[in-house]
Design a binder for this molecule. Structure first.
Ligand code: 5GP
Ligand code: MN
Length: 335
């Protein structure tokens, strides 16, 4: 099965080893990836709140700072943009981050003799001193729930809400195929800890700014289909982004409109960035069409069914190269 081939050759540190390293440390920096999502923020804040209760001196940095959309998360005021000068900590912890480079400026701002890497990306090479990569977990928040439970660390209602947001957002509200019985059990445990699922879901999924829907209208205008409707794409140019005044985070999740179309196997979203780069975001509905493998050809990575890359070139150049690679992968499925 291709799933085994794609699994990284990482020897995982045990939860006991990770808890030991945390208990030994006094000052701890908790980081996650650039262009953060609910799993990144939820994981960072859940661990930070728990370790704070343990009496640790916790710093929580993300290159992008806190986004308006996630400002409701308990402990969100702890999350800051990193300073330009590096600081020294006893321990650095990278969460939900496939490569060190994706920590961005937050990674550069932390100097630490020891690093822990907890993640669920199949493309994670296991960087750091103690790595725990579980690519069967649908969210880093799920691994953290298991870790906190195993280590006997606190999970109060605020920590539970962060973990719930991490898991809910990375599973598409408990829908994606990597959602397991265990995920639902953990969801139930988190509700027992005090999570108000109706309130949290409304904040996550029914509170979008109007400009996000205006962006969707523009994107649908650029929608195209290739490979007999098995591949769908849309694109956002810098010009349109500026015209609408959209924030980078406004497009999170819009690609799901393409994936939701009957017959579509691979959905792709192209976003023109400054400095001659294009962000490529891909989703698959069939594990055999491994979008992480396609994105790795363009210097990116991710999961089999959700991956991304930042490719160099103009928007039309990157569109052409990437569409060619996707079509080759989809054609090779022979269906
Ligand atoms: P998204 O499409 O939501 O930006 O990202 C989907 C998944 O692919 C996420 O799990 C994300 O971490 C991963 N991903 C997105 N962009 C990149 C990238 O440039 N490099 C790597 N290695 N992974 C990425
Ligand atoms: Mn994640």
């Amino acid at each position: 099965m291709s799933i085994d081939v794609a699994a990284p050759a990482v020897t995982n540190a045990s939860f006991t080893e990770i808890a030991g390293a945390i208990r030994q440390a006094e000052s701890i920096a908790i980081l996650s990836h650039v262009r953060p999502d609910g799993d990144a923020f939820g994981s960072q804040l859940a661990l930070a709140l728990s370790l704070k209760q343990l009496g640790k001196n916790v710093t929580v940095w993300n290159e992008d700072g806190m986004l308006e959309k996630y400002a409701f998360l308990p402990g969100s005021d702890m999350l800051e943009k990193p300073p330009t000068e590096p600081s020294t900590f006893d321990l650095g912890i990278a969460l939900d981050t496939a490569t060190q480079q994706r920590l961005g400026l937050a990674g550069e701002a932390v100097s630490a003799p020891r690093w822990i890497n907890i993640d669920h990306h199949v493309s994670n090479p296991g960087y750091g001193d103690l790595a725990h990569i579980d690519w069967s977990a649908p969210a880093t928040g799920q691994i953290l729930f298991e870790f906190l439970s195993d280590a006997g660390l606190p999970i109060d209602s605020g920590i539970a809400e962060n973990l719930f947001v991490a898991i809910s957002t990375d599973t598409g509200s408990f829908q994606y195929p990597n959602t397991t019985a265990r995920t639902f059990q953990i969801g139930a445990e988190l509700l027992k800890c005090g999570v108000d699922v109706g309130r949290v879901s409304q904040l996550l999924y029914e509170s979008y700014p109007r400009r996000r829907v205006e962006l969707l209208r523009e994107l649908l205008g650029t929608m195209r289909f290739v490979a007999d409707g098995r591949v769908a794409s849309f694109s956002l140019s810098l010009k349109v982004a500026q015209k609408l005044g959209v924030f980078p985070e406004d497009n999170e999740g819009l690609i799901d409109h393409l994936r939701a179309i009957e017959g579509v196997i691979v959905a792709v979203f192209f976003e023109e960035l400054i400095e001659g780069k294009v962000r490529v975001s891909m989703r698959s509905k069939d594990a055999a069409a491994d979008v992480s493998a396609i994105c790795q050809k363009f210097g990116g990575g991710g999961h089999k069914m959700a991956a991304g890359a930042r490719a160099r070139g103009t928007l039309p150049e990157v569109e052409e190269r990437v569409m060619e690679a996707i079509c080759a992968a989809v054609e090779s499925l022979n269906r």
